[in-house]
Design a protein around this ligand. Sequence first.
Ligand SMILES: Nc1ncnc2c1ncn2[C@@H]1O[C@H](COP(=O)(O)OP(=O)(O)OP(=O)(O)O)[C@@H](O)[C@H]1O
Length: 521
Amino acid sequence: MQKELHTGIDLAVALIKQDTLPALLNTATRQLENAFGLSKCWALELDLSGRTLHCTKLDDAGEFDCNDFSHPFAHVLQTGQPRELTRAASYRLDHAGFQGLLELSGRPRSFWLEPLKGEDGRTLGMLVLCGDHPDWQGIVTQPLYSGLKQLLVHQWISQLQTRDQVWQRRLLKRSLDHLHDAETLRQRCAQLATTLVGNSEAMTNLRAQVVRAAGSQLSVLIQGETGSGKDVVAQGIHDLSDRATGPMVVVNCAAIPDTLLESELFGHTKGAFSGADQAKEGLLAQANGGTLFLDEIGDMPMALQSKLLRVLESRQFRPLGAREEQHSDFRLVAATHQPLQEGIEGGRFRRDLFYRLSQFPLRVLPLRERSEDLEALSRHFVRLYTQREGGGPLGISSHALSALAGYNFPGNVRELRNIIELACLQTPAGDDIQPEVLRLDDLFAESSEAPEALVEAQAMSGVPTADDIHDLKAAAQAFEAAVIRERLRQYGGNRAQAAESLGLPKRTLAHKCLKYQVTDV
Ligand SMILES: Nc1ncnc2c1ncn2[C@@H]1O[C@H](COP(=O)(O)OP(=O)(O)OP(=O)(O)O)[C@@H](O)[C@H]1O
């Protein structure tokens, strides 16, 4: 009696010490084998779905479908009653998994199958006792057996509860993380909506993408027509990134002559080439800790593309004339209005650079494909105008908005901004902009009736007449600037088309724009 008590306490302590369900089942079955001289003891666990019995010790071989009555466990679960199975009877059951289990237990003379239930009637699983004892009743009615079984059930339930709680906590944490992420995304999108304006679905999606891109360190390639808002997107990426307090260095690859672009980007030492009388830090170095925005990347010469690719792979570069390499930690954002795919096919743009740049590709749709943005953008530009000028129109009338909705905007948002700013100028302070002051002449439409003379007159506005000329060079430059400004306006800000129409290389036009400070049309 004393010995039995000791054994019982030892067994109980061993069970209580286990802190995972597999360890508990493992210990319990081993203890049962030892305490009752069994050849083998298995514990099968019912899974969460209640459809499969599983024995952790046996891995895949230990899976038993509870609806498959070709093994005896399904019967025992269904009746909820323990039963004995003889070796002779066991041979008649042709369930491969069950036969495998019997083989592993050494095929003793008899088996005892006992379902285990919690106090609430919930089935936990099953004990399979294997032995050469014919007298199962003699074992299972012993207080030691029933005490151990009770303790096992108790510990089993508490392990399941702990597992449930861990899952619940994990689930809760995941939901909270998700909510937090969603809230952060919402807040950042709302912040971005003050500069990247528009209520269309496309713009809402673009803002979410920009926020995601900003949160990563990936290189971003922004594609979209001229004037569609690529610069605004690039600025948004910088402002929302963890580099926001660092520099944002903007390089317009089309505006810098090929011969200068390399030294501008990489910098040079004193005397690196004729005319380099001072060492100069390159833009790559200046972007350290911040963002390098390469605008019009499609215009970058091939030779420089290879060098840029190398820099992107290592963030190392060598200034012209320098011996040592330098390191710069920048995030690259590039933009282009050119279809780079065509550039790649035409051999003007490196395919490998394209893939390196477009780790996070973004596309800005032209304004004509998101006319829902017109109202918000128009109101935004009126607000910018009145803030800048210290007064102006109150807003824009619904008639004016309808007139805008019928227009095609070849020059995209930039063109809309110019139209609204011009309309602001012609609207008395405190009034709403009316349709009459909107200059909506679609010079691309075939039915355009814009008289040549008007275009001419507009081109010449601001140019002194022959009698007023006292400085021929200045007058010629004013004329050149006026023609360029007007031609850009005609082509909705598309520099490539404007340059072609004037018989100028694009780069020369870009130069002149810089020189005459023709930025927006
Ligand atoms: N969604 C927008 N919200 C507010 N302003 C915008 C938006 N899109 C464009 N703009 C404004 O329109 C003008 C043109 O935009 P931006 O310079 O970003 O175009 P872009 O695509 O970079 O043109 P380009 O190809 O000529 O460089 C700018 O004045 C810009 O502030």
